[in-house]
Each structure stands twice: as structure tokens, then as C-alpha cells.
Design a protein around this ligand. Structure first.
Ligand SMILES: [Zn+2]
Length: 364
């Protein structure tokens, strides 16, 4: 039995750490290429550039909004021009993924510096490549980042919906890792789960339950409290290690199905994953006490628990089946990592159960 886990080389989290790159020694006097979102160019770079220029030689470029092969080639050409030592991605998941592929292609060291805690992409080795219309065209695997720099001040100042969505993505971690561990489904890095990762997945879950609500209030008021720090760590590091080395199952599988329905397109990844997690509880016959615990958590932080809350007020069973079909037909999909006999009808049933319980609890 081959058990396997992969990790970033160094994870640094704290308030204002971006100002000196978290104190990374090996960046001193080196050449650094920063790929940044428009918002980071406006709000983060101007106030940090003087301090950065005291540490290293720095050039920056705006990320054009989509992680496509065209965008990767454009940034690659710029980053090739100047013998850089480091590439840093400063932004959300797509900026980070684009910079990650560029660093990998050029054989440079890579720093992931997320400006939101909406997904667990920053710690990962896998990148999702899209076409210009937003459909997934490729998964590309690199190394995990050399450094992950998470500035809690930047996250506290970002819109709270990102943090809540990140909690939705992190919520799935325990359930997906548990399913993969108990049923010997391989994780994303191609091995079976280590007990270390199971401990991480459970800590991720407990952190959300214990500190999620307080962290949300903290972020709404732009305060870097310990609760917010714990949840940022859960959303970014614990969930990141958990999904890549713990595996994915129904929550992300149902997320992929939901993405095929236009009504859900304005909703974030973690919001749809949270609903997929609820549906997964019914596949796996989880006990009532656990179901109540997860619903109550979702409702306390504002994650969706009904179809109305993910833009699917009037969705029919036929429409659900049509959305499930392409994911179900893909035998490689993690939708199939489930401890029961799976049919499209059972998936519809689980989605309807999740919605019915949400409505019954009055979370409309
Ligand atoms: Zn995810």
C-alpha cells in the first residue's frame, strides 16, 4: 500500500507579512516577477513597493483575469525576458494558478500570495486551465509552491463573501478525506491517505465549527482576530493539504454537476461545494446529529442550504439529470468516490434531500 502526501515548502501567515515577503532570506537581492490582479495593483503594490525595492529587484504585471493557455503564454514571454529568480502570484486562485505554471515552465522558484481566502488553491500543485468562455480545458500539475505568503490584513480587508466561500470549500475536506481513507480511493497526488492528513482534515472541520461565525464577524469589521487567523489557515492550508493529499469525492463531484446549470454561475466555488457536501451527507447515511451540526454551521455563516440559495429555485429533475450526466459518464470523476452504488437518480435524490432538509429547517 503506497500512502502519499505533498506539501508546500514553507507556509507563512500573519498581518502585514507581505511588506517584507514574510522575512524570506533567499529573496534578498534577487529578481522577482510579480503577477497581480488589477485590485492588487491598485491597493497592495503601491503601499509595499518602496519596502520591496529595498529587498530585491522587482517587476510587476497585471493578470488579465482568466487562467487560459493564451494568458499563460503572454506572461511566460514577459517573465522569460529578464532572468528572474522568483515568480510571485498575488491575487485569487486564477492569478495564482497562472503564475504557478509560468514559474514551473521557467524552472523558477514560486511564491503564492493569496489576497482572498476563497479557495485552497494557494498551497496546491495542481492548476486548472480554462478557455476564454470559462470552461475547464486542462488540469496541469506543477510542484507545490516554494512559499505561501498569507497576509491576514489583506484577507481581513477583502469582501467577507470570499472568506465564507472558502469555508464552504474547507467544509468538504473532512468528508472527502474520510470517504477516500475508509474506502481506499486514491487522493489527488496519487496515493492512499496518511493518518497525518486525516488529522489535518478533522482539525479543518473543527476549526470551522468553533471559529467560523466569529471569523465572519471579524472579517466584516476588518479585524484580524485569532478566530479569523484560524479560519484563514483552515481555508488555505488545512483545506489545501486536505484536498490534495486527502482526496475528493461527492461534494466536489456534485459541485461539478451544479456548474453545468446556468443558474449557479453567479455563485462561488465554495458555495456550490458546501451544497454538494450537504447532499453527500445523505449518500453516506450520516447520523442526524452530524447532519444537524453541518446545517447549523452553514446557516450560521451564510453558506447555502437550499437550491434557491444557489440560483436553482425552479430546477426540474430532468434539468438536474442533464447536468449530472456528463460528470457521471466520466469514470475518472471524483463523483464516483462514494461508499454506495451510484446512479444519476440517487444523485438527484440526494440533492433534493439536501434542499428539503434546508427548507424544513427554515433556511430559505
Ligand atoms: Zn475546492
Amino acid at each position: 500500500m503506497i500512502r502519499k502526501a505533498i506539501f508546500p515548502r514553507c507556509y507563512i501567515q500573519g498581518e502585514h507579512i507581505i511588506r517584507n515577503f514574510g522575512g524570506i532570506r533567499e529573496i534578498e537581492k534577487k529578481r522577482v516577477f510579480v503577477l497581480a490582479t488589477q485590485s492588487a495593483l491598485k491597493k497592495i503594490i503601491p503601499i509595499n513597493l518602496p519596502a520591496w525595492e529595498d529587498i530585491c529587484e522587482i517587476k510587476y504585471e497585471e493578470f488579465k483575469g482568466k487562467c487560459t493557455w493564451n494568458e499563460i503564454d503572454r506572461v511566460l514571454a514577459l517573465a522569460k525576458a529578464n532572468n528572474y529568480d522568483f515568480v510571485m502570484g498575488l491575487g485569487g486562485g486564477k492569478t495564482i494558478d497562472t503564475a504557478r505554471v509560468v514559474a514551473h515552465r521557467l524552472g523558477l522558484k514560486y511564491i503564492a500570495a493569496p489576497t482572498i481566502a476563497a479557495t485552497d488553491a494557494p498551497t496546491a500543485s495542481a492548476c486548472v486551465i480554462y478557455d476564454i468562455g470559462g470552461a475547464v480545458v486542462d488540469y496541469f500539475t506543477t510542484n507545490n509552491p516554494d512559499y505561501v505568503l498569507v497576509d491576514t490584513r489583506i484577507i481581513a480587508d477583502a469582501p467577507v463573501r470570499f472568506l465564507v466561500s472558502g469555508m464552504g470549500d474547507a467544509l468538504a475536506t473532512r468528508f472527502e478525506a474520510e470517504t477516500c481513507y475508509l474506502s481506499y480511493f486514491k487522493n489527488i497526488c496519487g496515493g492512499f491517505n496518511l493518518r497525518a492528513i486525516m488529522a489535518i482534515a478533522h482539525t479543518c472541520y473543527r476549526t470551522l465549527l468553533e471559529y467560523g461565525k466569529t471569523a465572519k464577524i471579524s472579517c466584516e469589521n476588518h479585524l484580524v482576530s485569532p478566530a479569523l487567523e484560524y479560519v484563514i489557515e483552515a481555508n488555505t492550508l488545512l483545506s489545501g493539504l486536505g484536498f490534495e493529499s486527502g482526496g475528493l469525492s461527492t461534494p466536489h463531484g456534485i459541485h461539478d454537476c451544479l456548474c453545468n446549470l446556468e443558474g449557479t454561475h453567479d455563485f462561488y466555488h465554495g458555495e456550490k461545494v458546501a451544497f454538494g457536501t450537504l447532499a453527500g451527507l445523505f449518500f453516506e447515511n450520516r447520523p442526524q446529529s452530524l447532519i444537524d451540526e453541518v446545517y447549523s454551521f452553514c446557516s450560521s455563516v451564510g453558506l447555502p442550504t437550499t437550491l434557491v440559495q444557489i440560483g436553482l429555485a425552479d430546477v426540474t429533475d430532468e434539468e438536474l439529470k442533464a447536468a449530472i450526466h456528463p460528470v457521471f459518464e466520466n469514470r475518472e470523476s471524483y463523483l464516483h468516490n462514494v461508499r454506495c452504488e451510484l446512479t444519476p437518480e440517487r444523485i438527484v435524490e440526494a440533492i433534493r434531500m439536501a434542499d428539503s432538509v434546508g427548507r424544513e429547517k427554515g433556511y430559505v
